[in-house]
Each structure stands twice: as C-alpha cells, then as structure tokens.
Design a protein around this ligand. Structure first.
Ligand SMILES: Cc1cc2nc3c(=O)[nH]c(=O)nc-3n(C[C@H](O)[C@H](O)[C@H](O)COP(=O)(O)OP(=O)(O)OC[C@H]3O[C@@H](n4cnc5c(N)ncnc54)[C@H](O)[C@@H]3O)c2cc1C
Length: 521
C-alpha cells in the first residue's frame, strides 16, 4: 500500500491499493481492494447532520441553499470542483484569472439575463451585483427571442421595425452600427435594420420562412407551459402532444420540404435551433422548440441584460456568505464530488457520501442540482425509478463553446461595425471551408468596462477591455474541441479577418480564451 494525495482535497490523504487492475494471480491485492471498499461505510463517521444537504454550487444549488438558510433551516452545500458557479464562469481579461468578479471579466458560460429571469434579477440585487442593459435599446420588443406569438403580432403591425421571427442575432440598432450577414444568396452584406435583412434573402426563402413561422405560431397556441404532459385534454390533443414530443425539430424541418423548402431557409431554421438551445435540431423535440418559442422557460428578450461583475459573481457571493463564520446554519465543502445518495425513507433520513475520503452528511432532505448527465452519474440507493433514470440518460447536454478574442481597442466600432456576424444558408454549415467553417455567429462580448450599453457610455479609454466572441455550437463544436489550440485560434482569426474584411481582427488580437464545457462534471 502507498499513501496517495487525494486530488480533490489537498489537505486529506487516502489509502489506495497500488494496482487497480488485478491479475488472477495477484489475490492479495484483490483482497486489499475489496476490503477497502467494504470497510468504507464502517470506518467513515457522519461528519455533518443538517436539515437539507444541497449538491452542486452552481446557480440552482447556491440559490436554493441561500433561500433555505433565510428561512431558518440548516444546510450543507457540497461542490465537486474548486469553485462555485457551475456553468457560469468568469474570466478576467485584466488578470487572466478565472472565478473572480471585476468590471473586466467576460463570461465563458451562462451570461445573458432576460426580463423574465425574475429570480436571478432578485438575487443580483441582494448580492450587490446589479444587472445592466446590453441591448442597444431601452427595451427590446423583439431581440431575437421574444415569444413567437408576440413577435408575429408585432410583425403584423410594424413589419419594418421587427426582426424576422427566426432571427437569432443581436439587436444593434440603438448605436447605429452595421452587422455582417453571410448568406448563400447574397454573399457578404452589411445590415442595420430588419428591413435591410429582408433584402438579403430570396423571395422563395422569405415566403417559406414566413409560412413556417405561421405554422409554428399556430402550434404554440396548443402548448400549456405549466403541463409536462397533457392531463385534462381530449384524446386527440393528447395524441398530438405526444407526436410533437416524439418528433425531432429536424423531423419537422424535413416535413416542410413539401412542396420544397429552399436550402437557405432550412439552414436558417437549423441555426435558429442551435442559437436558441445550443443543440442540433435532430437532438431536440418539436415540443421543446414550441415551448421555447412560447417563452415557457424565459419570455422576453433573452440577451437584454448582463450582471455587473459577471454572472458567476452571484453564486460566488452566495457561497462566500454561506461559508462565513457569521452564518452558523450553513457550511460549504468544495473539491468533493458526491458519489452516493442513500435514502432511508422509513427513517426520514438521507445520507450523502462525498469526496474520495468518503465523508458523510445526513439530512432530512437532499436537493440535487446539475446537468442531467451529472445527476445520472450518481449512485442512488435505492436506485432511481426506471423512468426518471431513462429520462436523465436521454437528455443530451447542449454543446456550446464561446471563443473570445481579446483586444486593447474596439477597432470595429471605428469601422462602424457592431461586431455581430451571422452566417446562414450554406448547405455544408456556415462559410466556405477554407475560412474555418465552424461559426454561425460572432458578436462583441466586451466586459462591463468596455461595453456599449444603455447608460454605460462607449466604454472606451485607458485600461478598458474589449472582446469579440464566436459561438461554436452543436456537432460543429464536437469537431472543434478535438482540434489543437493553435488550429482553433487560427480558424477563429481567419474567420474574423474575412468576416469584418479587416486585417486588424488578426493583427490587433491580444489573446484568446475559451472554456471547454464538455470536460466539466
Ligand atoms: C456556454 C454557455 C452559455 C450559456 N449562456 C446562457 C445565457 O446566456 N443565459 C442563460 O440563462 N443561460 C445560459 N447558459 C445556461 C446556464 O449557464 C445554466 O443553465 C445554469 O448555469 C445551470 O445552473 P445549475 O445550477 O442548474 O447547474 P450547473 O451550473 O451545472 O451547476 C451544477 C453544479 O454541480 C456540481 N456538480 C456536478 N456533479 C456533482 C457531484 N457529483 N457532486 C457535487 N457537485 C457536483 C458542478 O460542478 C456544478 O458546480 C449557458 C450555458 C453555457 C455552457
């Protein structure tokens, strides 16, 4: 036996067998390994006993723990990684440090806040990290993703001022700068208003997309956001609901092929899906898209606000408060993945085993947060019911990467460009292959100190920070993350240089930053 440092909690040690794979002849090693496993529950004492144990210190876990403590319950929050935040993560362009909160951070994960995110907005206020408006306008009527129904209504009354229903880009009109659009039909064009976009597409594409929008708007009428499944509906409605749940959005797009959906329109519908939920249309049900278009998960313009200090600032502050000695009813453990959730329903006790030294927490209740894949990886005793387990195993994670290029000056503004680039209509994804062929959308994504937003000035000057960011989504991201870092950087810079038709995209680039979410728990 040798004593090995536990990689998760540096202060802890654990005894491990020298070999984890044993040949039949190495029976002593096998016995030792079995003994270690069998002894774990016996030698491990309960470390903490609380009302509620919360697993995961992302937004959901940190917020739940905070609210429970406010209501007088004792909690223990357990996080697998070194920091709170989960799929929200800040990167400081000034210090190049992750997991910090300053006016020069960019968010490599969750970023934008919709007016409908009322719980998050309340937490932002309570933690002293106010939201700020990053839209060009005071309130976006249609920032790309208001509910489809609202958008269709606006379109009927003010067609020239409303973005097309399938538009997944940013609203840039407030600052009167142009954005770049690549389409198979018109090539590289600049646009500023919805009316400009109309001129970039063929009549056939436009008419087909309008008809598709009408059909989807009619379908969203049948959706009840409160229901996970139809309960009190007649059998024909129930059957339609299940049909939509079983059909993929790609299936729906394919069905629009009759009498013939132009390839350009097809590609815009696919990009809209990737832009909305970072997933390939073949991986998402039609029902899911309808719920999203109806605004069941967040109504209003999804990209209207950001959080000053970066979105991760909120869970960072909440967990710091929960861990503080001044909060006697709460404790927090980092670096300690939960492995086993043991529910003793008769005794009303749940026992959580976490970390490689198998610490244990007992509680009356457990709140389990995280991605479906992370939750499915936990060991449950008794095992989860088959249906929820099957569901967890069949909910694919979105594959989305934000690739940032940092600059010392917002050179695109002087070229009267907003920084936004949209690509649509190419059958083989995006732009010609030699450009990189990985990006459907890029935008300015400067930190607070460099942001052009309402009331924030132009954010320009000494010591301010600027960034352009390209989304890499869906299947394309699976390929992109397999490339080495030099190739990734080269592809992004080539794309930006061509898209802006400006060599400064490459020559002024100060650095790049991206975070691969596929490797997270
Ligand atoms: C690139 C990207 C961009 C996004 N953009 C937006 C956006 O603009 N607006 C928006 O609203 N949303 C956005 N999202 C989504 C948003 O970030 C997430 O929905 C949200 O952060 C999820 O929070 P959560 O607490 O539910 O889960 P998570 O953030 O995943 O938190 C779960 C936590 O549990 C921990 N954990 C996992 N397994 C264990 C274990 N066994 N034991 C202990 N701890 C464990 C994880 O380490 C993590 O800290 C984006 C996501 C990504 C990746």
């Amino acid at each position: 036996m040798k004593v090995t440092q536990n990689p998760y909690s540096p202060g802890d040690t654990i005894r491990m067998t020298e070999k984890t794979t044993q040949s039949p002849g190495n029976r002593l090693g096998m016995v030792r390994l079995v003994a270690c496993i069998l002894l774990l529950p016996i030698v491990t004492a309960v470390d903490v006993d609380v009302d509620v144990v919360v697993i995961g210190a992302g937004f959901a876990g940190a917020a739940a723990a905070h609210r429970l403590v406010q209501r007088g319950l004792s909690i223990h929050l357990i996080e697998a990684t070194a920091s709170a935040g989960g799929r929200t993560r800040n990167f400081d362009l000034a210090s190049h440090a992750f997991d910090t909160s300053t006016d020069s951070v960019v968010e490599v994960g969750g970023t934008f806040v919709a007016p409908g995110h009322t719980e998050l907005i309340a937490l932002a206020k309570e933690t002293g990290h106010p939201i700020y408006n990053v839209s060009g306008q005071r309130s976006i009527r249609w920032g790309g993703r208001a509910t489809l129904k609202q958008q269709r209504r606006y379109a009927a009354t003010a067609p020239a001022g409303v973005w097309p229903w399938w538009y997944w880009g940013v609203d840039t009109r407030g600052k009167l700068r142009s954005s770049v659009m690549y389409t198979a039909h018109a090539g590289r064009s600049l646009f500023q208003t919805p009316a400009d976009i109309r001129t970039l597409f063929s009549n056939a594409t436009w008419a087909t997309l309008e008809a598709a929008g009408d059909e989807l708007a009619a379908l969203t009428d049948t959706i009840d956001c409160q229901e996970d499944a139809p309960s009190s509906v007649d059998s024909s409605s129930a059957s339609a609901w299940f049909d939509r749940d079983l059909s993929s959005f790609e299936g729906w797009i394919a069905a629009q092929a009759s009498p013939g959906l132009p390839e350009e329109a097809r590609s815009m519908l696919r990009n809209m899906c990737r832009g909305m939920i970072a997933q390939e249309p073949s991986q998402v049900s039609l029902l899911s898209i309808l719920k999203s278009l109806k605004g069941c998960w967040s109504s209003g313009a999804e990209d209207q606000y950001r959080v000053r200090g970066g979105t991760q600032a909120i869970p960072l502050t909440l967990t710091a408060r929960l861990a503080a000695p001044s909060s006697p009813n709460s404790t927090v453990t980092f670096h300690s993945p939960v492995r086993l959730i043991d529910v003793n329903a008769a005794a009303g006790v749940v026992t959580i085993t976490h970390g490689v030294s198998s610490k244990q927490v007992t509680a009356r209740w457990a709140i389990v947060t995280g991605s479906p894949a992370a939750v499915a990886q936990l060991s449950w005793s008794p095992p989860l019911e088959p249906v929820p387990m099957q569901l967890l195993q069949r909910m694919p994670m979105g594959t989305s990467m934000k690739y940032f290029v940092q600059y010392d000056s917002p050179w695109w503004r002087s070229a009267n460009l907003s920084g936004a680039v949209m690509v649509a209509g190419f059958a083989n994804r995006s732009v010609p292959r030699e450009w990189g062929n990985h990006f459907d959308q890029c935008m300015e994504h400067s930190p607070f100190d460099g942001t052009v937003g309402e009331g924030e000035g132009e954010g320009e000057g000494e010591g301010h920070h600027y960034a352009l960011m390209c989304w890499v989504e869906g299947e394309t991201n699976l390929h992109f993350i397999s490339l080495n870092k030099t190739t990734q950087r080269e592809r992004v810079l080539t794309f930006l240089e061509k898209a802006y038709a400006d060599p400064r995209a490459r020559t002024l680039a100060k650095g790049v930053v991206a975070f691969n979410w596929a490797s997270e728990p």
